[in-house]
Unconditional design. Structure first.
Length: 362
C-alpha cells in the first residue's frame, strides 16, 4: 500500500522537502495528500503544486487528509505542539532539526512516541551520509575539533520573523550559528564521538558572540567534556571573510561538511564519498520493516538537545566591538577581522577564545 504523506511548512526550507516528496511520488513510493503553510506557496518546476490539497491550518490537514506520515518543517519553537498533534492524528513523523528546545521537551516528545507507538525521525540529513558512516568506523577514539567559517549578509537575518531573535511575541525562539546553519556539523561530531565508547557529556562550556544588531549569536564556541575526559571543541562563525567549510577533525581523520569529502589517517588527499540515505525513505522503510533501523531517531539527538538547551538558557551573546569589524568586500554587511584564524586556533587547541587571549573575547 502506498504511503500517504503530508507536509506542514511548505514554504521556505519546505521547498527542499517538496522536491523530495515529488521525486518519491514520481517513483510511486508515496502519495502526497496535503501541503500546509500559513502563507501562499509558489510552485517550482521540480515541486509543482497541481492536484495537491493546500491548507493554511495544520489541524484541518490532519483531520481531512489522513496522512500516514507527516513532514514538519516549521520554526523550532513550534515543533513540540505540532508533533503532539501529528501523533494524536495517528501519523508518524519526520521532524525537522532541531527537534525541540529543551531536555524537558525532549523527554515529553519521547514519551508521546512511546505512548502512541509512533515512529519519529529527526531531520538531521547528515546522519545519512556514507562519509560519516565510514568515519565512524575508521576514526580513533579521542578528542574532536570542529571548525567552520562562513559569511551571511545582514539580509539573512531578515528572511523570516524569527531569524536572529531570542523571542517573538513573547515566545522563545531558536536561532544562532551552531543550532541552525552548523547544526549538522554539531550532530555529526556527536555521532562520531558516540560511535565507539558512549560520549556522556559531563560539562558544557559555551562562548557566544555577535557582530551585528541581532539578539542571538553569529559566532559560537563550544567545548563538551565527557565523563571519561574526551572533548569535542566546536568553533563556527557566520561573520568571516575567509571561507572554511565545516570540518570535523578526529586525530588525523577529517570529514568535510556538507561536501562529504573524507580524509582518513595515512591519506594525503580528500576523497568524495558519495551516497546519502534519505531520511523520509528510511522512515518509510522502517515502517514497512521495523528491522530496518532509523538513521536519526529521537534518542540519537539527546546530546544535541542538551547543547540547544544550554544555548537557549545562556546569557545574551557578547557584542564584538566595531574596532574588530570591517565591511565585507561584497557589501551587505561586515565581517570580524581575522576570525577565521580564531576558528582554526580554537578547534585545533581545544581552548575557547577567552582562554586564547583573543582581544574581543570574554
Amino acid at each position: 500500500m502506498t504511503t500517504r504523506v503530508a507536509l506542514i511548512g511548505a514554504g521556505g526550507h519546505g521547498l527542499w522537502h517538496r522536491r523530495v516528496l515529488q521525486k518519491l511520488w514520481d517513483d510511486g513510493r508515496i502519495n502526497v495528500v496535503g501541503l500546509c503553510d500559513r502563507q501562499p506557496v509558489e510552485p517550482a518546476p521540480d515541486a509543482p503544486l497541481d492536484g495537491v490539497p493546500f491548507f493554511t491550518d495544520h489541524g484541518d490537514l490532519l483531520a481531512t487528509a489522513w496522512p500516514d506520515v507527516v513532514v514538519v518543517c516549521t520554526p523550532p519553537h513550534t515543533h513540540l505542539a505540532l508533533a503532539l498533534d501529528v501523533f494524536a492524528a495517528g501519523a508518524d513523523l519526520l521532524l525537522e532539526k532541531p527537534p525541540v528546545m529543551s531536555l524537558a521537551e525532549h523527554e515529553r516528545l519521547a514519551a508521546a512516541v512511546t505512548a502512541g507507538n509512533r515512529v519519529l525521525q529527526i531531520g538531521f540529513q547528515a546522519l545519512g551520509s556514507a562519509a560519516l558512516a565510514e568515519l565512524c568506523v575508521a576514526a580513533p577514539a579521542g578528542d574532536i575539533g570542529v571548525s567552520g567559517a562562513w559569511w551571511r549578509p545582514d539580509s539573512y537575518y531578515r528572511r523570516v520573523p524569527w531569524a536572529g531573535r531570542r523571542s517573538v511575541d513573547g515566545r522563545p525562539v531558536f536561532d544562532g550559528a551552531l543550532v541552525n546553519p552548523f547544526a549538522h556539523a554539531l550532530m555529526q561530531a556527536l555521532a562520531v564521538a558516540d560511535s565507539g565508547l558512549p560520549f556522556t557529556t559531563a560539562k558544557i562550556e559555551l562562548e557566544r558572540y555577535r557582530s551585528r544588531d541581532i539578539e542571538t549569536d553569529d559566532s559560537t564556541f563550544l567545548r563538551l567534556t565527557a565523563i571519561d575526559g574526551r572533548r569535542i571543541t566546536i568553533a563556527v562563525t557566520l561573520a568571516s571573510r575567509v571561507f572554511i567549510p565545516g570540518e570535523i577533525h578526529v586525530g588525523d581523520a577529517v570529514l568535510e561538511y556538507p561536501t562529504d569529502r573524507l580524509r582518513l589517517p595515512g591519506e594525503s588527499d580528500f576523497t568524495h564519498v558519495p551516497g546519502r540515505a534519505g531520511l523520509l525513505e528510511n522512515l518509510i522503510d522502517h515502517r514497512d520493516d521495523p528491522e530496518v533501523p532509523l538513521l536519526a531517531p529521537l534518542k540519537r539527538t539527546a546530546g544535541f538537545t542538551a547543547v540547544a538547551e544550554a544555548i537557549v538558557t545562556a546569557p545574551e551573546p557578547v557584542t564584538i566591538p566595531d574596532a574588530f569589524r570591517e565591511p565585507h568586500p561584497d557589501g551587505g554587511g561586515s565581517v570580524v577581522t581575522g576570525i577565521d584564524q580564531v576558528i582554526r586556533d580554537v578547534a585545533d587547541s581545544g581552548r575557547l577564545p577567552s582562554e586564547l587571549g583573543v582581544p574581543w573575547a570574554r
